[in-house]
Design a protein around this ligand. Structure first.
Ligand code: MUC
Ligand code: MG
Length: 366
């Protein structure tokens, strides 16, 4: 089998409820659908969500790097030769989201060629994942109403609160209101998307002591190495690396230098192959991981479930899988259901995110 053609298709779907966080906001899913065609008529597919404020990639840059750099180098390779495919992609630095989508599309293609679900190829540990819901910037009472509604409608009992605002009291109040309104059995953790300094983060930890928060993600820029290390040493809860650790090398650097002591894995930026390397590193070192969300569509969320459910260590904590509920529509043919707070893998060849061609025709931008 050979890779015959690669498509990078821009599309745009609006959000009904835009998500705001310290490093940016998302009002429309202006993403890229990546399609890898083989010479025997199979197609591997994946979603690439550009996040310029996180990785510097845009919809245009993802299309350009795939069309002009990766496609000419990958066409003609056997998709089973994943080592060769990755050797080719590694020659170009950065562009993590473009590479991540190509890798997931490659696995989807291999699953289809083998007639096997990719979650089985990756590990087959479980057939579902627990869902964590991400709460964006809103007044405290609205956050509580949203969390209560998601608990009632979907059975979700884990929430990640976006923080990183100033004055700090805004987020501190939100933490207190959520804990008081949700009770002690609901898990709450925070993600500041580098919005604070390490000292501000320390103050927030002090003023939320006793609320049972379980983690603080990317409190400040990891490049502020000394103050970040001090925070990690002093914090009573894990400090999670997210945007500071898109590659396995970044994970090693941050863990070894003390910049983080827990890791967020996102298939959107690491694909399944590098996510596997990162997971191995973390389990080897005894470091907790969370499957994160890059404000993914249902196609992207299904990729996260496919990887997260495949291994015990990535399935321990709830995965961030529900942002797609705030989108007006999706390209996926068979919508994801959240029942009892869980999302299931799909027992069909590949990842199982078949595309609705009519919707693609409606939302595509070229
Ligand atoms: C997160 O966990 O940070 C926000 C920006 C991004 O790239 O992902 C989201 C969620
Ligand atoms: Mg994050």
């Amino acid at each position: 089998m050979k890779i015959l053609r690669i498509e990078a298709i821009p599309y745009s779907i609006p959000y009904t409820h835009p998500l705001k966080f310290a490093s940016g906001q998302v009002t429309d899913a202006e993403h890229v659908l990546v399609r890898l065609h083989s010479d025997d008529g199979l197609v591997g597919e994946a979603d690439a969500p550009p996040r310029p404020y996180t990785y510097g990639e845009t919809q245009e840059s993802i299309i350009t790097i795939i069309d002009n750099v990766f496609a000419p180098q990958l066409i003609g390779l056997d998709p089973f030769d994943r080592g060769k495919v990755h050797e080719v992609m590694a020659r170009t630095i950065h562009n993590q989201v473009a590479k991540g989508a190509l890798d997931i599309a490659l696995w989807d293609l291999l699953g289809k060629a083998l007639g096997t679900p990719v979650h089985k190829l990756l590990g087959g540990y479980s057939d579902s994942m627990r869902v964590s819901h991400m709460l964006g910037f809103r007044p405290a009472q609205e956050l509580l109403d949203e969390a209560l509604r998601f608990g009632e409608e979907y059975g979700i009992t884990t929430f990640k609160l976006k923080v990183g605002r100033r004055p700090l009291a805004l987020d501190i109040e939100a933490c207190h209101v959520l804990r008081a309104g949700l009770g002690d059995d609901v898990e709450l953790y925070l993600d500041a998307n580098r919005g604070w300094t390490a000292n501000e983060a320390m103050e927030v930890l002090r003023r939320t002591e006793g609320l049972g928060l379980t983690a603080l993600e990317e409190p400040c820029d990891a490049k502020e190495a000394m103050s970040r290390r001090r925070l990690v040493e002093k914090s009573p809860i894990p400090i999670v690396g997210d945007e500071s650790v898109p590659t396995a090398g970044d994970v090693s650097r941050e863990l070894l230098s003390g910049g983080s002591n827990a890791i967020c894995i996102k298939t959107a930026r690491s694909g399944f192959t590098e996510a596997t390397e990162i997971l191995g590193l973390c389990t080897g070192l005894g470091v907790d991981v969370t499957m994160g969300n890059q404000i993914d569509t249902q196609i992207g969320s299904l990729a996260t479930v496919t990887f997260g459910a495949a291994h015990e260590a990535s399935n321990r904590r709830a995965g961030e899988l529900s942002n797609f509920l705030d989108m007006a529509d999706d390209l996926i043919a068979e919508p994801i259901r959240i029942t009892g707070g869980r999302i299931s893998v799909r027992n069909v060849p590949g990842v199982g995110a078949a595309i609705d061609e009519e919707k693609l025709a409606r939302y595509r931008q070229n």
